[in-house]
Design a protein around this ligand. Structure first.
Ligand SMILES: [Cu+2]
Length: 72
């Protein structure tokens, strides 16, 4: 899993803005960007500032968070 910090939760569009470290499975360096989410219920428990561990995959041309855990 990769490290990230939630910057914005958009329940209307089902998207998360995440400041992330390197995503090795996607060959992506650290940056801040918008992701879709596989499990929309995650949007109800996340808030800006949360530190997370997550996995993102490229599905049908868009980046989607497929696994996510909030760090205590
Ligand atoms: Cu990125």
């Amino acid at each position: 899993m990769s490290d990230g910090e939630i910057k914005k939760v958009d329940k209307d569009t089902g998207r998360l803005t995440i400041k992330h470290g390197p995503l090795e499975n996607l060959g992506m360096p650290g940056m801040t960007m918008v992701f879709g989410v596989k499990d929309m219920s995650a949007l109800d428990v996340l808030k800006a500032g949360d530190k997370i561990k997550f996995v993102a995959e490229k599905l049908e041309g868009r980046y989607v968070v497929t696994q996510l855990a909030v760090q205590e």
